[in-house]
Design a protein around this ligand. Structure first.
Ligand SMILES: [Zn+2]
Length: 302
């Protein structure tokens, strides 16, 4: 089964696998689980083909042309279970809970090419065969392997088995909002440029993270990325993706290293829930998720 196919007669909703709650939205992206308190980074696409003992036999195919950049074949090593990550022009796609994997790192795959067999693998709660699915994400990579590894080591010890393709280093965007547009030829990066900002911060730093090199179209104006900058204004989506970067030309000597410039009131509730913002005694400030995103990218912030 291809998660999404140009020729598919199925509507996306007919392909979504809900959680035990049975609610359709529980298989979609966002705060859709545990009464809106648990964030789901992708969508769950259900199994349609069952073999002996109701074990899924669906094949999982590449969403579009790409390169296999990561394969985790150890079920016990991730809540994603066995998973594959493909790199496309400006984003990654991730296929999780696979029963088996047919590709290896470095292989270039065509859209629709088989990646493996849909399954129920995960090192968290067991996924029953009747709710077997492929967890599908469209992702941006926050830090490079080194900067993320440093953050991981400081927070979890040195057990990161997945390099820069650890789920904690990936930020997903809503596949359902993007799939149709990508199929029609809109560049994902253009979708992101249109995504509204939930908040804008200023950081005083000469550092240019790998993220900026990798996603250069997110930089607001032409800038020589080989030279240090004075700092950045960074706009974030409500789920914490740094979507627009504007270099700062001059910095007041008294300017704090990091400050919140503005936030969008209409997106505040979700941004608070996602720890993109925090609110203490009526004062809104930068949330812990943003601090960790900056650290994962390699910024020196407390
Ligand atoms: Zn999922």
């Amino acid at each position: 089964m291809s998660p999404i196919s140009k020729n598919s007669a199925r509507k996306i909703d007919d392909c979504i696998q809900p959680t035990e709650s049975g609610k359709l939205e529980s298989g979609k992206f966002g705060f859709v689980r545990e009464k809106g308190t648990k964030f789901h980074e992708g969508i769950d696409i259900k199994s349609f083909l069952k073999g002996k003992n109701k074990i899924p036999t669906d094949t999982v195919h590449a969403f579009m042309d790409g390169e296999v950049v990561y394969v985790n074949a150890s079920e016990s090593a991730s809540s994603y279970g066995c998973y594959v990550v493909l790199k496309h022009e400006y984003f990654l796609t991730l296929y999780a809970h696979l029963a088996s994997i047919d590709v290896t790192v470095g292989k270039n795959v065509k859209a629709g090419e088989k990646l493996g067999i849909l399954g129920t693998t995960s090192n968290c709660a067991k996924i029953p065969n009747e709710r077997a699915h492929v967890h599908f994400e469209i992702d941006f990579q926050i830090g490079d392997g080194a900067s993320f590894g440093k953050w991981y080591g400081a927070n979890y010890g040195d057990k990161n088995a997945h390099g820069g393709y650890n789920g904690l280093n990936l930020i997903g965007i809503d596949p359902i909002l993007c799939i149709e547009k990508i199929i029609k030829g809109t560049k994902l990066i253009d979708l992101l440029i249109d995504e509204r900002e939930a908040m804008t911060i200023q950081i005083v730093s000469t550092f240019i993270p790998q993220f900026v090199h990798q996603y250069a179209p997110l930089v607001a104006r032409a800038v020589d990325l080989k030279k240090p900058v004075k700092g950045w204004k960074i706009e974030f989506t409500w789920f914490g993706l740094p979507k627009k970067w504007t270099p700062i030309d001059a910095v007041d000597a008294k300017a704090p290293k990091l400050k919140l410039i503005s936030y969008r009131k209409s997106l505040r509730p979700n941004a608070l829930l996602r720890d993109v913002l925090k609110e203490e005694k009526g004062v809104v400030a930068i949330g812990s998720r943003i601090i960790s995103v900056l650290k994962k990218m390699g910024f020196d912030v407390l």
